[in-house]
Design a protein around this ligand. Structure first.
Ligand code: F1P
Length: 610
């Protein structure tokens, strides 16, 4: 699960390669490496850790590279050491190769090559690719590469250079994205796992399809089919402004992104609420009203935080649009019988649009003729190319691995979608105007939540000493609890489990004690009293309770050790203020524990392997 970047140019490409890799670091930051060709040598530089931390050192390297391939790694096979960092070389030190993906039959190939006396240096699955290419190489590099790739089972995007071919990069991909681009003005050829690493450039761009192989030289790009026939690939214009990664004075991107939410939530609904709060419309939306009116079921698939947005949408669409919804974890959905037809709708939610499990589940669903609606934050993403239709959540670039503003924007868009569907289905007693007016009040309510930061900071200090937490809620607040627990786990490395509060006595309550605090979400009118009863059961077991609620009562103050009061909204939207409060709580607890908040250990912003 890594990022690949490469280029050939008339000028020295080292700096551009470093810049490209920095933009791909969201795909993994365990190690990085660059290989290139000087006039007479192969250049190789690799290190564990983040490229951004070593950028200065790299700038001091005096080397002129006319071409380079680079890699930023999220370790799958082998520890994040210098040895296991990409690029990897063959035993003859003639080829350097970078890889994103997983080779499932690497062990079998490795054993075969070892039996031919080929010595391996690393624990990676990638090394077998480069060794296999050398093993097959007899004066035709592209043929040897193709032969080796045909033996692989799994997913890959690869790029390689050979010391005897000073003007070329070979690239190929299968189930892992790889963009190929030409900058005609600068006579520059580029490759990248994500076109967003080309930002600021004016290019012609294409994407490799499964099993295609590209031969990129300083003069032209040839793309061949699996049988090595030259293809006539279509290129599109790519002209996108550079995005500046800037913390704007905040200590972390996460905090900056939390504080952006009054605006990003507004952007998610801006221009989509029409006729004085009577109607919702989405731009470039191409699912017909007739089809939506007669939908059987909706399947929503996603991973991580986006899955929580999917679960919220299930509750909401069932409530408002009276349509049966299945919220599915994408990696699990792929492993079971899919009972989906062309009368159903699949919705894929993903901040990045690059999550491997979400993409693979989407591709699988395509075989069932179902329409796929993608809810995405990042434009130019693979998911936007796979879907029948899409709605952008418009949260803007999210740099912190832990998702905050993208989540609340996903919630906002799913809220609009549920109202849109309900009105198409002409659901009785749907008060569209009230629902939309309430949404428009949310940004100012989020501002009020942000003003609670000093109180939350004090509570974070108190609760940061505990090693395990329960997060509880019911109905929409159960989803808030799930998302809050994930935030805490991701950035503070504290074990946190979320449950629907009614489920606690069916097992987990055995863990309740004075060392195991409970964070309870009560901003749901419908379930308020039941939540209070559940909290009584916990109090009787001496667990500390922090309640997050919008309704004041004597009961809650008697039961809970601490209460954070939030602005009141309707149940359907209560997840928004509750989530922002819990993001702040997770942030300040992580800060107390001095973790790497924006790039937590073992994680990556975009999970590009299954
Ligand atoms: C899904 C996800 C994020 C999480 C982290 C890893 O990504 O689980 O929710 O915060 O960044 O990936 P996506 O499909 O929404 O891009």
């Amino acid at each position: 699960m890594c990022g690949i970047f490469g280029l050939i140019s008339k000028k020295n490409v080292l700096k551009s390669c470093i810049n490209g890799l920095k933009l791909l670091e969201y795909r993994g930051y365990d190690s990085f490496g660059i290989a290139g060709l000087t006039k007479d040598n192969m250049f190789l530089y690799k290190k564990p850790g983040k490229i951004s931390l070593l950028e200065e050192n790299l700038k001091n390297i005096k080397v002129h590279l006319s071409l380079a391939i680079g890699h930023t790694r999220w370790a799958t096979h082998g520890k994040p050491t210098k040895l296991n960092a990409h690029p990897h070389m063959d035993h003859k030190s003639s080829i350097a190769l970078v890889h994103n993906g997983i080779i499932e039959n690497f062990d079998e190939i490795k054993k075969m090559l070892i039996s031919k006396n080929i010595h391996f240096q690393t624990d990676t699955d990638t090394e077998v690719i480069v060794q296999l290419i050398t093993y097959y190489y007899k004066n035709d590099l592209i043929k040897a590469t193709k032969k080796a790739l045909n033996k692989l089972i799994g997913s890959y995007a690869i790029a390689l250079i050979h010391k005897d071919y000073p003007n070329q990069i070979i690239a190929s991909s299968k189930e892992s994205p790889l963009a190929i681009a030409i900058d005609e003005k600068k006579d520059e050829m580029l490759i990248s796992s994500d076109p967003n690493a080309f930002l600021g450039k004016d290019l012609n761009i294409t994407f490799l399809s499964n099993n295609e192989i590209a031969l990129i030289t300083n003069k032209k790009i040839n793309i061949y089919s699996n049988t090595l026939n030259l293809l006539n690939k279509k290129y599109e214009r790519f002209n996108s402004k550079k995005i500046s990664a800037n913390k704007n004075g905040y200590e972390h991107y996460m905090l900056k992104e939390i504080y952006e939410q009054p605006i990003t939530i507004q952007k998610a609904y801006f221009g989509r609420i029409l006729d004085f709060n009577k109607k919702v419309e989405f731009e470039d939306f191409n699912l017909s009203k007739n089809y939506l009116q007669n939908l059987n079921h909706i399947f929503i698939l996603a991973c991580g935080t986006s899955y929580h947005a999917a679960l919220y949408a299930k509750y909401l669409i069932e409530d408002l649009a009276k349509t049966h919804v299945f919220a599915e974890i994408a990696s699990e959905m792929r492993m079971k019988e899919l009972l989906i037809t062309n009368k159903d709708l699949a919705i894929a939610i993903s901040q990045s649009g690059e999550t491997a499990d979400t993409l693979l589940a989407t591709k699988l669903i395509k075989n069932y003729d179902s329409n796929i609606l993608a809810i995405i934050n990042k434009t130019n993403s693979t998911l936007s190319r796979e879907a029948t239709s899409y709605i952008f959540v418009k949260a803007g670039p999210e740099f912190s691995v832990c998702s905050t503003k993208a989540f609340t924007s996903q919630i906002t868009v799913m809220y609009l979608f549920a109202i849109y569907l309900a009105s198409i289905k002409k659901i009785d007693k749907l008060n569209t105007s009230l629902l939309l007016k309430e949404l428009k009040k949310i940004p100012s309510k989020i501002k009020k939540v942000l003003k609670l930061a000093p109180q939350i900071k004090i509570l974070a200090k108190k609760y940061s000493k505990y090693e395990k937490f329960f997060f509880l809620g019911r109905n929409y607040m159960y989803v808030a609890a799930l998302e809050a627990a994930l935030k805490l786990k991701e950035i503070s490395y504290i074990n946190a489990n979320a449950y629907p509060a009614g489920e606690l006595k069916h097992g987990p309550l055995a863990l309740a004690c004075e060392d195991h605090p409970v964070i309870a979400f009560l901003s749901n009118e419908k379930t308020y009293d039941k939540m209070l009863s559940n909290l009584m059961e916990i109090k009787a077991r001496n667990a500390p309770i922090l309640a997050i609620a919008s309704k004041k009562s004597k009961a809650i103050e008697d039961i809970a050790d601490d209460v954070i009061y939030l602005p009141k909204t309707i149940d359907e939207l209560s997840i928004l203020p509750s989530s922002v409060a819990s993001q702040l709580l997770a942030y300040y607890i992580a800060k107390e524990r001095k973790t790497d908040i924006d790039q937590p250990r073992n994680l990556a912003k975009s999970v590009t392997v299954e």
